[in-house]
Design a protein around this ligand. Structure first.
Ligand code: APR
Ligand code: PHB
Length: 387
């Protein structure tokens, strides 16, 4: 078998890259470890920057997003029992679009199916070889071993994928920060009791009130890393969420069963560089942000857009300028999003037992809520720095 570009991973990064390259006449083969049903059902975040929407439009997959996405011109910070609005649109000229990553994935899967482009789901033992010369990818599927020769490999296989691990350890540097708490999230069908997202900080810990549509909410609370979902009943979740969000929301939460409940750890991680010969890393394979800034998907999209431009120029005019610059171009944007996500995480979560740091946190939030300049800097990052 042969393909111009082999893409490992059918998450949003891999699927979007395949879609952009396909429209530029470049053929791709996507290899995905999981089943199509699994990929489709995975629940992830749901806030899109304008730059992300622009790329999805460019890829021809924004019709449903424009019909169903909710435009939010502001975001709220909950602090000491009160809610304070940050007017994103007034401050930056831009808002954000609330549209689930699950929906983005579906739109991309549908587009790939209509283009008739190949995805091998349940591909086992994907192995990369000769990434510095004539790259080849082998995998097992349906009881047989397959071999694919290609010009380039795109490692879009997430944090636990094989691509980053295929790089010689002395060629890559990892930067990491772990947090000793997680997010317990619940998805439920009721009309949001809030107009915009609320990021709330309290002595009991962080809580986030988000949504997926006018009839579906997504809410989170900071929880101990050791907790498992079984430690929490839905009633306990909503009681704790209500306490942290404050106001009259607690009393108005309807008793409906959760559609999903899960715990995710928080991590900041960057691997440098993003290119090794013919292998390019993109998305979660190269970096992880804690979800507090809603940057994960948006960063994956900017990596993929830069890689698409590089590969398009290479096949069009044999210019490898954009491929040479790929890693540095991505890393500049990645580190800024890492900074903002780390900062939001640091300021809004409870870190017990740190007296001086606790005063600093309080001072940071008070300053944010009182200073127009601080709000503008916050808003500029939240709506997304330019691609
Ligand atoms: N072989 C083939 N596929 C693999 C392998 C492997 N060895 N390992 C992982 N995969 C697949 C996973 O099953 C997954 O479908 O790669 C895909 C990676 O997708 P994501 O984890 O969604 O990563 P990415 O596409 O970079 O999307 C980034 O997703 O997790 C969020 O915060 C993240 O929002 C961001 C977005
Ligand atoms: C979500 O809706 O899942 C969500 C929204 C904003 C975040 C993180 C997650 O910062």
């Amino acid at each position: 078998m042969r393909s111009q570009v082999v893409i490992v991973g059918a998450g949003p990064a891999g699927l979007l890259l395949g879609q952009l390259l396909g429209r530029a006449g470049i053929d791709t083969l996507i290899l995905e470890r999981r089943s199509a049903a699994y990929v489709k059902e995975r629940i992830r975040a749901g806030v899109l920057e304008q730059g992300t929407v622009d790329v999805l439009e460019h890829a021809g997959v924004a019709q449903r997003l424009h019909a169903d996405g909710l435009i939010h011109d502001g975001v709220e910070i909950g602090f000491q029992g009160a809610r304070h609005r940050i007017a994103l649109k007034e401050l930056t000229g831009k808002g954000v679009t609330v549209y689930g990553q699950t929906e983005v994935t579906r739109d991309l899967m549908d587009a790939r199916a209509s283009a008739g482009a190949p995805v091998v789901y349940e591909a086992e033992d994907v192995t990369l070889s000769d990434i510095g010369g004539s790259p080849r990818v082998t995998f097992r599927h349906g009881g047989k071993t397959h071999e694919v020769d290609c010009d380039f490999i795109a490692g879009c296989d997430g944090y636990h994928g094989v691509s980053r691990k295929s790089v010689p350890p002395d060629a890559i540097t990892a930067f990491e920060r772990q947090y000793d708490f997680g997010w317990l999230g619940v998805l439920a069908d009721f009309a949001p009791l809030w107009d915009e997202l609320i990021y709330a900080t309290s002595e009991r810990g962080f809580a986030l009130a988000s949504m997926r549509s006018e009839t579906r909410v997504r809410c989170y609370i900071q929880c101990p890393l050791e907790d498992s979902v079984d430690d929490w009943s839905e009633a306990e979740f909503w009681a704790e969420f209500g306490e942290r969000i404050g106001g009259d929301i607690a009393a108005r939460i309807p008793q409906v069963p959760a559609l999903e409940m899960s715990i995710a750890p928080l991590r900041s991680f960057v691997a440098e560089p993003l290119r090794f010969g013919k292998l390019f890393l993109a998305g979660d394979a190269a970096h992880i942000v804690p979800p507090t800034g809603a940057k994960g998907l948006n960063l994956a999209v900017s990596d993929v857009f830069y890689l698409y431009e590089g590969l398009r120029d290479f096949y069009r005019s044999r210019s490898d300028l954009a491929l040479v610059e790929y890693s540095a171009r991505c890393l500049k944007r990645i580190w800024r999003a890492e900074r903002f996500s780390w900062w939001m995480t640091r300021q809004l979560h409870a870190f017990p037992g740190e007296g001086f740091d606790e005063r600093m946190q309080r001072t940071e939030i008070e300053y944010l809520l009182e200073s127009q300049a601080a709000q503008k800097a916050f808003a500029e990052n939240y709506v997304g720095l330019p691609l």
